[in-house]
Each structure stands twice: as C-alpha cells, then as structure tokens.
Design a protein around this ligand. Structure first.
Ligand SMILES: [Zn+2]
Length: 137
C-alpha cells in the first residue's frame, strides 16, 4: 500500500484561504495601506508592516514563472506520480504560488505559459490548488 501524502493543516492565518478553497475559490490577501498582494497568508504586510490585510478573491489566472520536473519521488507516497512538474505561478493579481502543474506532458511546460488554478480534492476537507495549462489563443 502506498503511504499517504501530507495533507493541508490550516492555521488561524491560513484558515480563510482553505475555507475559500473548499468552495473552489482562490483567496489571497491585499494590504489596505500599500495595496501589495500577499501570499502565503500572513498577519502583517511584509512591505510596510501594516497589520490590516484584506482577503480578496483571485480570478485564478496566471503564468508560469519557473518550473522543475521531479523524476525521483521525495517519499514513497509520491512514487506513482513521477515524473511530475512543480511550478511557481505568477497570478495576475500580483502574487506568486507554488503548486503542481497538471498538464499531460512534463516536457511541454514552458516559462510564461498561461495557466488556470483549479482545486483538486484529497483525503482532507481542504482541496489543493493545481495549475492546468490554458491553450494559447
Ligand atoms: Zn503594505
């Protein structure tokens, strides 16, 4: 039997993100003073120190900033997944997230490719964000 993968464990700071994810919505924080987009969730703005951060919904569209293809599973839980792509996604609202890229061919992924963030169910109540390729127009 394949061991279980690690699952999300919401904290007081991240719970609004996971609650939104459970409804298929991608939330991020925006500073009410300097307007900087913030992810991952924090209790203050790292740019100006303001403690008033507001949750906003992202349109969930972005571009690949960078990516790597994993050929050797980090633990036995991932051995059936290799090769798989982990990507840094620049969301259009100005924040960056790391997630799996769910295209069909790892060799086809390119920096700058457009993606849409979707949520994938797992054994927890908190679905994980995943990037799916958006065909070029
Ligand atoms: Zn700020």
């Amino acid at each position: 039997m394949t061991p279980a993968k690690p699952l999300p464990k919401p904290t007081a700071e991240t719970l609004p993100f996971w609650q939104a994810a459970a409804q298929g919505k991608l939330f991020f924080q925006r500073c009410t003073t300097c307007a900087r987009a913030q992810f991952p969730p924090a209790n203050h703005c790292p740019a100006c120190g303001n403690r008033a951060l507001q949750w906003q919904e992202s349109a969930a569209n972005g571009s690949i900033h960078s990516h790597t293809t994993v050929h050797r599973a980090p633990t036995a839980a991932f051995k059936d997944d290799v090769p798989y792509v982990i990507a840094l996604i620049d969301l259009d609202e100005g924040f960056r997230m790391m997630m799996n890229w769910r295209g069909s061919d790892p060799a086809s992924v390119r920096i700058g490719d457009r993606v849409r963030v979707v949520f994938e169910a797992n054994a927890s109540p908190w679905p994980l964000p995943q990037a799916v390729p958006v065909p070029a127009q």
